[in-house]
Design a protein around this ligand. Structure first.
Ligand SMILES: Cc1cc2nc3c(=O)[nH]c(=O)nc-3n(C[C@H](O)[C@H](O)[C@H](O)COP(=O)(O)O)c2cc1C
Length: 334
């Protein structure tokens, strides 16, 4: 731990503003569905407000905005990571205004705290984490690593269920069904083409360099992007991949926000352990397949997202980082 008095910590308004701008900028590195970055931060005095940006919510793919809210939750967790690394304790109120459902969270800096070295490391991990859609190697994920990832998720009020081999087959069927159904819908196709094609807003969407150059031969089919990308992939079959489901007690925007915070926490932990985490949201996007996912957890809760865990061959280069919007397009100063 770094003692507080070993650091220079001005507590004037300018320092608070600086810390909050840094937090919103760090949040910009968060993962989001199709890299839509559906968040907007409003900065006023000593507080930072998180709003969902409706113009970047996927109307066809995500009509309830559950995946957009989850993405905003990942951004919220990234902001919390940044503030912890800057030595601030932050009070977070989720959905603070019952009259404004798009206002997802309010962050208020309440006091200085010592900076823990793991907090500094975690902030560095924010810039390292990225999505890698290649099949994983045959090396299984160790029990201690799974426990660490599970603990990170559960610290954010979200549960993580490891799928059994039979449940992975059910997941494969549901994912295939969801993707075939979606591919048959014109509005869905147009949305995917927009966020993976050349007309998407600069700094958003999924570049070809992050899209596999052919369909993977894995048990659970990877996301169908409608066109082959430039990411070379092996003929590996993902046999050592583990699949896990984030789920929770309720199915409402606050739970989706918490699930996003949990996704970020679990993904940053996995990255620090050298483990790849890949989200699979297709089975969550359709009501019928979401229901099939719910059966897997014996209807003890509501599924939020499926993730794949595994290892990569460290000798092979992975995809580049997806682009991001400039901070002046995601932060408003009131
Ligand atoms: C809620 C959510 C759902 C996602 N679903 C998928 C998915 O089904 N398939 C996939 O390949 N990537 C998925 N992703 C990963 C995003 O495409 C990725 O985060 C985004 O393109 C930004 O890239 P980065 O994670 O490398 O920063 C998802 C991410 C989030 C937050």
């Amino acid at each position: 731990m770094i003692p507080t008095d070993a650091l220079t910590h001005p507590t004037d308004g300018a320092a608070v503003t600086h810390a909050l701008v840094e937090a919103a900028a760090a949040a910009g590195h968060a993962p989001s569905i199709h890299n839509t970055q559906p968040w907007r931060w409003r900065l006023a005095d000593n507080l930072l407000d998180l709003h969902i940006e409706r113009s970047r919510v996927l109307e066809a793919t995500d009509p309830d905005a559950r995946l957009a809210t989850l993405s905003c939750g990942a951004g919220l967790h990234h902001a919390r990571v940044s503030l912890a690394a800057q030595g601030w304790h932050v009070a977070v109120t989720r959905t603070p205004d019952p009259g404004d459902p798009d206002h997802l969270a309010r962050l208020i800096l309440d006091r200085r705290v010592p900076v823990e070295l793991p907090s500094l490391r975690r902030l560095q991990t924010v810039r390292l984490r990225h999505t890698d859609r290649r099949p994983v190697t045959g090396e299984p994920v160790g029990t201690a690593d799974l426990q660490a990832i599970t603990a990170s998720v559960e610290a954010e009020d979200t549960w993580l269920h490891m799928l059994t081999p039979d449940q992975v087959l059910e997941l494969a069927g549901a994912t295939d069904h969801a993707q075939r159904t979606e591919a048959g819908e014109t509005a869905w196709q147009a949305e995917l083409a927009y966020w993976t094609g050349g007309t998407r807003p600069a700094g958003t969407g999924i570049p070809d360099a992050a899209i596999p150059d052919r369909a993977t031969r894995t048990t659970v089919p990877g996301r169908t992007f409608g066109h082959p990308g430039d990411l070379p992939i092996s003929a590996g079959r993902d046999r050592a991949a583990m699949f896990a489901m984030l789920y929770g007690r309720t199915d409402d925007p606050v739970s989706w926000l918490r699930a996003g915070e949990a996704l970020s926490a679990g993904w940053l932990t996995a990255t620090e352990l050298g483990i790849s985490l890949l989200p699979f949201s297709a089975p969550i996007e359709m009501i019928s397949t979401r229901q099939a996912m719910r059966v897997i957890i014996a209807s003890t809760g509501y599924p939020y997202l499926v993730v794949r865990l595994g290892h990569f061959d460290a000798a092979e280069a992975g995809p580049p980082h997806a682009p991001r919007l400039p901070t002046d397009q995601i932060i408003d100063r009131v």
